[in-house]
Design a protein around this ligand. Structure first.
Ligand code: PLP
Length: 397
């Protein structure tokens, strides 16, 4: 039967339609322009309609769209080779999304212990406030009640400890533990960075207990924090890493990266996907890498990040009643609000700049990594306009 609203009611959608995008800008059918500091929630890493990506996708569309993974897909091997050349990883499995990359990471860790004679080690320790996706296993990993409620028994094998509590983490390790899974900076949780000492502490703890360290770099990865991957800031390497979002520049795909040792259980027939690593995704992914790996690209990210950081610090000084803190790394920035984060997101939208709310009363700024210093200053002036409007409306009350 026809419903007036035929889509699942799972999203509270903002009633704005964007018809086209160009770089950091999105445009409505009426020609209204918005500065996109949400980037599809850290997805459009190179902005909208990046010419190199458009060309790669169009050229591939003329050749072949889909091949099953029963055949060689040269661009898939090339993409994997390039990823292994610039990371800790020896092996890569391509997926269609972040949650699937996490599923693969979890399966890889469990299977590693299984083939090494320790099938009882399947437990994964995660951190409160985490977000790892919306599949049944990843909501269990994330452990957030609001995502678990009503979906039947929570998938077994995930133990959660408070954020930043190293002692609780140590205490949670037992004979069933296989791995520790964390985001270097919690994204949905509110741009909460794990300090580099904690990241190093986690690596040491894993080594001490023979555990695998799994990093969820779905949001932090591929240049977002000013390094290719956020864990590089701590000078450590994981055993397994989930990537998605920015790596596709807007084309849906993800990847699970692992050392040869961690991936030793993932033999023929143990895992699979119909669409993962398809030629269209690989054409775009290789094009994204062409740009991100170019010399000077990450320097650009760090330079613009500094403009944003300084501008936000000054706004914090001027609006202490509205901004409690500014945090994050690179172009993954969070404004911790003293009042309501959703009010600020709305006020910013009125100024024609898009941002995303996150947990812990934070507004996330996740612009395309190609954003220029000039566009960053334009964003700051729009944010200032929003803060000004909010401070005037609250003093009027
Ligand atoms: C978005 C996100 C995911 C889930 O990715 P999907 O593509 O939505 O499945 C997992 N982990 C983190 C850190 C994310 O930000």
């Amino acid at each position: 039967m026809a419903d007036a609203k035929p889509l699942y009611d799972t999203y509270n959608r903002v009633p704005i339609v964007f018809e086209r995008g160009n770089g950091v800008w999105l445009e409505t059918p009426e020609g209204e322009r918005y500065l996109d500091f949400a980037a599809g929630i850290a997805v459009n890493s190179l902005g909208h309609a990046h010419p190199h990506l458009v060309e790669a996708l169009k050229a591939q569309a003329d050749r072949v769209w889909h091949l099953s993974n029963l055949f060689e897909i040269p661009d898939q091997s090339r993409m994997a080779r390039r990823l292994t050349e610039v990371t800790f990883a020896d092996k890569v499995f391509f997926t269609n999304s972040g949650a699937e990359a996490l599923e693969c990471a979890i399966k890889t860790a469990r299977r590693h212990f299984y083939v090494n004679g320790q099938p009882e080690r399947y437990g994964i320790i995660t951190v409160e406030g985490a977000f790892h996706g919306r599949t049944l296993a990843t909501i269990a990993a994330g452990g957030q009640a609001k995502y678990l409620e009503g979906f039947g028994p929570k998938t077994a094998g995930f133990d959660q400890v408070p954020f930043g509590d190293h002692e609780a983490l140590k205490a949670a390790i037992n004979e069933n533990t296989a791995a520790i899974l964390v985001e270097p900076i919690q994204g949905e949780g509110g741009i909460r960075p794990l300090p580099v000492e904690c990241m190093r502490g986690l690596r040491d703890l894993c080594d001490e207990h023979g555990l695998l360290l799994i990093l969820d770099e779905v949001q932090t990865g591929v240049g977002r924090t000013g390094r290719l991957f956020a864990h590089e800031w701590a000078g450590i390497e994981p055993d397994i890493m989930a990537v998605a979002k920015g790596i596709g520049g807007g084309f849906p795909f993800g990847a699970c990266l692992a050392t040869a040792n961690a991936a030793d259980g993932m033999t023929a027939g143990t895992h699979g996907t119909t669409y993962g690593g398809n030629p269209l995704a690989m054409a775009v992914g290789n094009a994204v890498l062409d740009v991100i790996l170019e010399e000077g690209f990450l320097t650009h990210v760090n330079d613009v990040a500094l403009v944003m950081r300084q501008g936000l610090a000054s706004l914090k000084d001027r609006y202490p009643d509205l901004i409690a803190d500014v945090r994050g790394s690179g172009l993954m920035l969070g404004i911790k609000c003293a009042k309501s984060n959703t009010d600020l997101v709305m006020a910013m939208r009125n100024e024609h700049i898009l941002a995303v709310p996150a947990g812990d009363n934070v507004v996330r700024l996740l612009p395309p990594l190609t954003v220029t210093a000039e566009e960053a200053r334009e964003a700051l002036s729009k944010i200032e306009g929003a803060l000004d409007m909010l401070s005037r409306s609250s003093s009027a009350n």
